[in-house]
Design a protein around this ligand. Structure first.
Ligand SMILES: Cc1cc2nc3c(=O)[nH]c(=O)nc-3n(C[C@H](O)[C@H](O)[C@H](O)COP(=O)(O)OP(=O)(O)OC[C@H]3O[C@@H](n4cnc5c(N)ncnc54)[C@H](O)[C@@H]3O)c2cc1C
Length: 532
């Protein structure tokens, strides 16, 4: 077992974690925990781009309005305005950091970089690096972080717990390495940048999604979780039962892609005036209805009517991936299905990423700032990662210089070491059952009856886990326990919402309540003790 100390411990090295590390490193010694492989988490897979008001023909109020409309009455307007207003500076920081965004060489271009449109945006405001924006941002920021003397990267650790001192302030984390050795990481400030919880569901848009472990680690320390019922399903994931998860970016619809049903007919114009560019929840439900009514198991997304050169220029990654799966998108439509994609809910924070646990911050998809409300608008999430990482950095830099480390509760630190491994195949089976049940009962359409069944199933899986590892001390069972707790809290949040709003659609409660209220839950609401 090793012990280390840092001023700031950042858990997760996607766009949020890397941005924070680079912004803080001027003054603080930072420890950044990120896996050696960039295919973990979501950032590396982001395709479409980052929304911000960059064109002189666009304006901040328009971006605010579009975000509020997509959020279906549940956005925190202050968080929306804060994000939108700080967007252009965040993009400038990325450009100055060297991210190779796609230029716009047209003589009448309003901005030096190409801006595309996506669902819900009433202007071209998505800056991108071809159709692989996340990879371009991650590669650049990671390269810069590797050069920085104040950033120590630990890329063989998985964090399993946070711990607090007697005053309840977070004072670090416990991690395990690939050999199963535990490591205690003391920190004056701990920042969760662990991504979302799409991995609670069976079908996802990334091959290695997060399962919200960071959210539950925070909840076990007393943090509030907010809006967990609003899980976004991306309408268009490649339907490929034998291949890896692969997203077909919304930009395909932004550039003119048409959704076709089994009969080859467009169905979106009859449902929404914005047709294929309606917000994601509207499009995902419409696709779901078409799939339920047909026998194919998917719908089609057709872009073959566009000029081949345009397709090759804008969508080289999608073109190459589909070609590798036997689909020539310049000639044939793409089979697509909705898949779990983005968690609008998470650890409740203020505009600086502060949670309600002292010395614990959360940024990026693990957090719930109020920006997305009941439905995230396309390309606003990378923007949120950047803006809140930067505001969190400013808040930490403004705090008094770190002098000493707070005393910690050693009992918590010892919990994961020296315990025997439970049957890993049995744990895997429990996790698969959880994901299948979540997809069956808490996906695009939820019913009270199905959610009651789901709650019962999750309780049974929790009991089975307790039989396999009574104290859940082993890291693998501890992580599964966190996932099961988060799944149950998500069900509870959905059961308590007696309306249909944004991503939460229930035929049992088809109307909207007159006043939109965010959901807020603590672990105690599950009537289950914190993991100790
Ligand atoms: C396919 C796809 C396409 C997308 N396209 C866009 C887009 O075009 N525009 C947009 O704005 N958004 C897009 N999104 C959403 C956006 O990519 C994510 O919201 C964003 O990247 C989240 O970044 P993050 O830094 O918060 O988390 P992530 O990038 O998910 O990073 C989290 C990191 O934390 C690590 N981690 C998690 N748990 C632990 C632990 N216990 N111990 C140690 N490390 C841990 C993970 O390994 C990972 O490295 C897309 C998402 C997907 C899945």
């Amino acid at each position: 077992m090793s012990v280390s100390h840092s001023d700031v411990l950042i858990i997760g090295g996607g766009v949020a974690g890397l941005t924070l590390a680079l912004t803080l490193a001027s003054r603080y010694k930072v420890t950044l925990i990120r896996p050696a492989q960039d295919d973990q988490g979501a950032s590396r897979w982001a395709q479409g781009g980052i929304a911000a008001v960059l064109s002189p023909t666009d304006n901040l109020d328009a971006h605010v309005q579009d975000t509020l409309i997509a959020g279906d009455g549940l956005c925190d307007e202050e968080a929306v305005r804060f994000t939108v207003e700080n967007g252009p500076a965040a993009i400038k920081w990325l450009i100055d950091s060297g991210v190779p965004f796609t230029p716009d060489s047209a003589p009448d271009a309003p901005f030096p970089y190409h801006l595309t449109r996506e669902g819900g945006h009433n202007a071209r405001r998505i800056i991108h690096a071809d159709d692989a924006t996340g990879k371009a941002v991650i590669d650049t920021l990671h390269h810069n972080a590797q050069q920085h003397p104040n950033i120590t990267q630990r890329n063989n650790l998985v964090v399993v717990d946070l711990f607090a001192n007697q005053a309840g302030a977070c004072s670090g984390a416990v991690a395990v390495d690939s050999e199963g050795q535990s490591h205690t990481l003391y920190a004056h400030y701990t920042v969760l940048a662990t991504g979302g919880a799409s991995g609670l569901f069976q079908h996802t848009t990334t091959p290695s999604p997060n399962s919200g472990e960071g959210m539950m680690m925070a909840a076990n320390l007393g943090a509030t979780l907010m809006n967990l019922e609003f899980q976004q399903f991306h309408p268009t994931c490649l339907y490929d039962p034998d291949g890896p998860a692969f997203l077909i970016s919304e930009a395909v619809r932004g550039e003119g892609g048409r959704l076709l049903n089994q009969q080859g007919e467009r169905f979106m114009p009859d449902i929404d005036v914005r047709a294929e560019l309606a917000p994601r929840d509207v499009v995902a439900r419409a696709i779901d209805a078409q799939i339920q009514a047909g026998t194919l198991g998917h719908v089609w997304l057709d872009i073959s009517h566009l000029d081949e050169a345009v397709i090759r220029h804008h969508f080289p990654t999608i073109l190459a991936h589909c070609a590798s799966r036997g689909i020539d998108i310049t000639r044939a439509p793409i089979p697509v299905v909705p898949a779990a994609h983005y968690s609008c809910g998470g650890v409740s924070t203020d505009l600086n990423g502060a949670t309600d646990v002292s010395h614990l911050y959360a940024i990026g998809e693990v957090a719930c700032t109020g920006l997305h409300g009941a439905n995230r608008m396309a390309s606003n999430s990378l923007l949120e990662c950047l803006v809140f990482a930067r505001s969190c950095a400013q808040a930490l830099l403004a705090r008094p210089a770190v002098t000493s480390f707070p005393p910690s509760d050693n009992k918590a630190i010892l919990t994961t070491s020296n315990c025997s491994a439970p049957d890993s195949a049995a744990l895997q089976t429990l996790r698969q059952s959880m994901r299948a049940s979540m997809s069956q009962y808490l996906a695009i359409v939820r019913r009270q009856e199905g959610m009651a069944t789901l709650d019962q199933t999750l309780s049974e899986l929790t009991d089975q886990l307790s039989m396999l590892d009574p104290d859940t001390r082993h890291p693998d069972s501890r992580r599964l326990k966190h996932s099961l707790q988060l799944a149950r809290m998500s069900v509870l949040a959905a059961q308590q919402r007696h309306e249909s709003r944004g991503l939460h659609f229930s035929p049992d409660w088809p109307e909207q309540m007159p006043v939109a209220r965010p959901s807020r839950l603590r672990l105690a609401d599950l009537q289950e003790p914190a993991i100790r």
